[in-house]
Design a protein around this ligand. Structure first.
Ligand SMILES: Cc1cc2nc3c(=O)[nH]c(=O)nc-3n(C[C@H](O)[C@H](O)[C@H](O)COP(=O)(O)OP(=O)(O)OC[C@H]3O[C@@H](n4cnc5c(N)ncnc54)[C@H](O)[C@@H]3O)c2cc1C
Length: 431
């Protein structure tokens, strides 16, 4: 870290001799420095793997929060199958690996001086920068909805305290109450997740408040793994009958984008005709874009996401800055923790090789996503990708989807795999 004062000295050309005793300057010339912004699925993995591939590199992780609460498996907190502490991770494991962890908000990136500024005014120099800030919300698309209202009408799309709020609201709801989940237009973080969330909420309600209902108001026409989810919902929650615990409304049939939230009336207005809905528990998932720092640093294009070289994840807009995870455009890869973890490893190698002045090999990439549909009932999708030319391409036949009509034993096994995946991937990120 360099203070603003030291930085100005360096920037105004004071010589190394003049700065003897200023370790920041001598390190900057001797050791390569990588800064990672965002200590979530992508950033934590990237920081760890850079140290692992080349321990001589000085790695600093800038993360605004002291603890990371995973979104993945947060729905099991809603069902009551997990406690919030089981999805909470500290950065101690990364610190033990020699990574410097700084808990501040990064507010600026200067690609010319190659520096990152944090909210308290500290300035950090980098040779290479990795940005993994996750998502931000398009708050301005929903009238009456903002960060303050989200404390009582939670989105819970970045986990932590809002997941706890949502769980408490479910617990407080009467039997026979209504829950509404709104799904924004694609793309958004983790396409199957709203439906996994509805499933795990239904798992809780089935046991404790069976007269209740979950309405999913979707701004899209179809959803990820739809046939598998619906088969599970039919089996577990009476989907398609009058007594179904879950009802799903696509855009063309009662769904649509949320246009307004009336927090006082606990009402939302949805779709082209602004239909009013009221419910005991409302979970508004707003439309999404790349995390704020990506906008501040001019890393996004007109889509609101960050274009990157898909081999190295280096930004197409600024040199020596890499963007990974949900914020980057890596289609056909999903916006998922597994994808962010896989991209982070590819990016770590790209960064180390670039700093060593060597060519990197041709990468491959992975993704898998487990959803828990109910008690002892899991489903999954997995994919492998390779680079063809300069594009990430899905390899036909290398992944797979859970089979339809699988036995109870297979579904139960997938549920165990889901928890096992979570244990392994969080170990891979944070230990
Ligand atoms: C309900 C739900 C369920 C999900 N389930 C799954 C699943 O089963 N499997 C799966 O693979 N994925 C799942 N996901 C998706 C997964 O959570 C994300 O895709 C993944 O977290 C993306 O990683 P990331 O590094 O891009 O962002 P994040 O993990 O969100 O990390 C971003 C980090 O950056 C920090 N940050 C942001 N800006 C700054 C700044 N300016 N300065 C300092 N720090 C900053 C944030 O505090 C955060 O810690 C789920 C998501 C949701 C919402």
């Amino acid at each position: 870290m360099i203070t603003r004062r030291n930085f100005i000295k360096i920037a105004t050309g004071i010589t190394a001799a003049g700065l003897s005793g200023c370790s920041n300057f001598s390190i900057a010339t001797a050791k390569k420095r990588v800064i990672v912004i965002g200590g979530g699925a992508g950033g934590a993995t990237a920081a760890k793997y850079i140290r692992q591939v080349d321990p001589s590199i000085d790695v600093t992780l800038i993360e605004k929060n002291r603890y990371y609460y995973t979104c993945f498996m947060s729905s099991s907190v809603l069902s009551g199958e997990r406690k919030i502490d089981s999805i909470k991770f500290s950065y101690d494991g990364l610190i033990k690996r020699g990574i410097k962890v700084v808990h501040h908000l990064a507010v600026g990136i200067d690609p010319i001086t190659k520096t990152v500024t944090t909210q308290n005014g500290d300035i950090f120099y980098y040779d290479r920068l990795i940005v993994s800030p996750g998502i931000d919300f398009k708050w301005d698309t929903i009238e009456g909805y903002d960060k303050t209202i989200a404390k009582t009408i939670p989105h819970a799309w970045d986990s932590g305290y809002q997941t706890i709020t949502l769980r408490k609201q479910l617990e407080a709801m009467k039997d026979g109450g209504t829950v509404i989940i709104t799904v924004p237009h694609k793309p958004f973080r983790c396409h199957p997740a709203p439906f996994g969330r509805a499933s795990e909420m239904a798992q809780y309600l089935k046991q404790h408040k069976p007269k209740s209902k979950i309405l999913i108001l979707d701004a899209n026409e179809k959803f990820a793994q739809q046939k598998l989810f619906i088969q599970g919902w039919k089996k577990l929650y009476g989907y398609g009958t009058d007594n179904s615990l879950i009802e799903w409304y696509p855009f063309s049939d009662g769904g649509g984008e949320v246009v307004q939230v009336d927090a006082k009336e606990r009402a939302i207005y949805v779709g082209p005709f602004e239909d009013q809905h009221q419910a005991d528990v409302i979970n508004v998932i707003p439309a999404q874009k790349a995390g704020k720092i990506a906008f501040t640093a001019d890393l996004v294009d007109e889509t609101g996401w960050c274009p990157v070289n898909q081999k190295t994840f280096e930004s197409k807009r600024h040199k020596d800055i890499h963007v990974i995870g949900d914020a980057c455009i890596a289609s056909p890869m999903a916006r998922s923790a597994y994808a962010a973890n896989s991209q982070a490893k590819v990016c770590a190698v790209a960064v180390v090789k670039a700093l060593q002045g060597e060519e990197m090999g041709t990468p491959s990439y992975l993704n898998a996503c487990y959803s828990i549909v109910g008690k002892d009932y899991g489903i999954s999708v997995a994919a492998v990708y390779r680079l063809e030319g300069d594009k990430i391409k899905w390899i036909r036949g290398a992944g797979g989807l859970s089979p339809m009509d699988a036995s109870a034993e297979v579904r139960k096994r997938e549920m165990y795999y889901a928890h096992s995946w979570f244990k392994n991937i969080t170990y891979d990120m944070f230990r």
